[in-house]
Write a protein that binds this ligand. Structure first.
Ligand code: 4AD
Ligand code: MG
Length: 474
């Protein structure tokens, strides 16, 4: 049985076996045993008179042990059941001098440097259990609504977002690649006979799926070589991208709202203990801040608020008016002051709208065409596109999506305007030639969602082995 199962079993002096890692060993008597199945530890009471001294010495923080004994009602406070140990087997020692995790509070920065061991802490195991539940909720949400999971390639020859922030994939020798007559690297000699990269998004191939299966979603890793050293950017992150034939932007926004709420509701239902632990952690962190900077809500309270309230819909144009008139803009407190329509919104602006102005999640839509990707549906005004971003408190943009440009000629023009060769994407354009239709989709940054539901301040702390500029250890 797992520790989680044992803790839920009525104690009847029955024999049980538990295996796990020692979190602490107090007074040569009380082992707090954890096996990752729950945040709670199982108390195992060792009979130290009957246990040889050599064995007692090996029960140290981090050691893996197997404990056999009787499950009884606990005498002490803090737990309902405990094991009265008859026999203890040490599977793997852990030197107390060398094991970096001590039974005390370590900083998240320190733990990031030992990412191979941090899942053994209470905080990180809670985060990763929640991550698993959220992942399950994603598949459940789409499966129940008639979507098909659609596998899109990780190695690609196209740049879906057109932002050019890609990692090259090649099997050519780095020190002496073959060259063309004009001296450029000759990628026709490369593994795929052309230059390839890691994907930044599965969307373009996702659209092909939607044009056949109706409603699809992808869920895979995506890679961006942008040099963003922020608490919200990873170089390798997971994205969920649904794509739906015959969906308008309004349908798309509604789906995005329902989807985000479904994940949060699922985590609230399934992970109350882990959330309580993270909530407590967050509250301790908040107490250390000056009162004016504290978050107004606790973690669970915030999650319930988001689940129970509608997301605000606001056009980009309206948002610019709000931001122009806002106090921080008037007082010159934005690093990027909002002067005119057309400005790209920075996270400081997004957070002002969400946290100060509306005090709720916001869906911004109808952005200027000039600041959005080529594939978005041009509005009749000729200057805005049917784009939408979902903005969350503390996070900023969590979802980005749009209605797609379904008109062949308009799409070709838009490609040419940003320097994309239409011949290179002829397969994508074929969807607009053969049975094109109104369609829409979006991408949810999975780690940003996990940041939101766990309250973790840094995105590097919600994926087991984060990739960011200057770091690919582990
Ligand atoms: O807004 P983005 O770039 O949109 C797309 O890639 C579209 N193709 C999606 C679509 O319509 N199918 O990225 C989508 C989301 C963002 O809203 C953000 O949550 C997340 O992906 N994201 C990142 N998360 C972590 N680290 C990064 N570097 C991220 N870049 C984007
Ligand atoms: Mg975006």
């Amino acid at each position: 049985m797992t520790v989680s199962q044992i803790l839920q079993t009525p104690p009847q002096q029955q024999p049980v076996t538990a295996r796990g890692w020692v979190r602490t060993f107090r007074s040569n008597r009380f082992i707090a045993l954890n096996d990752g199945s729950t945040g709670s530890n199982l108390q195992c009471v060792v009979n130290f008179e009957q246990t040889p001294e050599e064995v007692l010495k090996r029960i140290t923080t981090g050691a893996s042990v197997e404990v056999r004994g009787l499950l009884v009602a606990s005498q002490g406070s803090g737990q309902v059941v405990e094991i009265q140990v008859d026999e203890i087997i040490i599977h793997g020692d852990s030197s107390p001098e060398e094991f970096p995790l001590q039974p005390k509070r370590h900083s998240l920065e320190f733990l990031r440097e030992i990412a191979h061991l941090r899942p053994r802490t209470a905080t990180f195991s809670a985060v990763f259990r929640i991550r698993h539940e959220a992942q399950f909720a994603v598949h459940q949400f789409f499966h129940e609504r008639g979507f098909y999971h659609w596998a899109t390639p990780i190695i690609t020859s196209s740049d879906a977002e057109g932002a050019g922030e890609m990692f090259r994939v090649t099997s050519l020798p780095a020190d002496n690649p073959p060259r063309t007559e004009s001296g450029e690297v000759d990628f026709s000699e490369d593994f795929f006979g052309q230059s390839t990269n890691l994907t930044v998004s599965g969307q373009l191939e996702g659209e092909l799926g939607a044009m056949a299966l109706g409603k699809i979603y992808t869920f895979g890793p995506t890679f961006r070589a942008e040099n963003s050293n922020t608490t919200r950017h990873l170089s390798e992150f997971w994205m969920i991208e649904p794509e739906m034939a015959f969906y308008t932007l309004e349908d798309n926004m509604q789906l995005a709202e329902d989807f985000a709420k479904h994940i949060i509701r699922h985590v609230l239902d399934r992970c109350p203990d882990d959330l309580a632990l993270l909530d407590q952690r967050l509250q301790q962190e908040e107490q250390a801040k000056p009162a004016a900077q504290r978050q107004p809500m606790g973690l669970v309270e915030k999650l319930n608020f988001v689940v129970n309230n509608p997301f605000v819909r606001c056009s980009y144009t309206e948002a610019i008016e709000i931001l122009k008139a806002s106090k921080p803009n008037q007082k010159g407190q934005f690093a990027y002051p909002i002067e005119a329509w057309g400005a790209d919104l920075q996270s400081e602006h997004e957070r002002y709208l969400v946290e100060k102005h509306f005090q709720a999640p916001v869906i911004l839509f109808d952005y200027p065409a000039s600041i959005k990707a080529f594939y978005m549906r041009l509005n009749e005004d000729g200057t805005t596109v049917r784009a939408m971003d979902v903005l969350f408190p503390g996070i900023g943009e969590i979802i980005g999506g749009s209605q797609r440009e379904e008109r062949h000629d308009v799409l070709v023009e838009k490609m040419q305007a940003v320097g994309i060769d239409p011949h290179h994407l002829d397969w994508y354009l074929d969807t607009r030639k053969f049975g094109t239709c109104v369609h829409s989709g979006f991408g949810l940054g999975f780690e940003r969602m996990i940041q939101f539901v766990t309250g973790m301040g840094n995105i590097r702390d919600v994926i087991p082995f984060p990739r960011f500029p200057g770091s690919a250890k582990f």
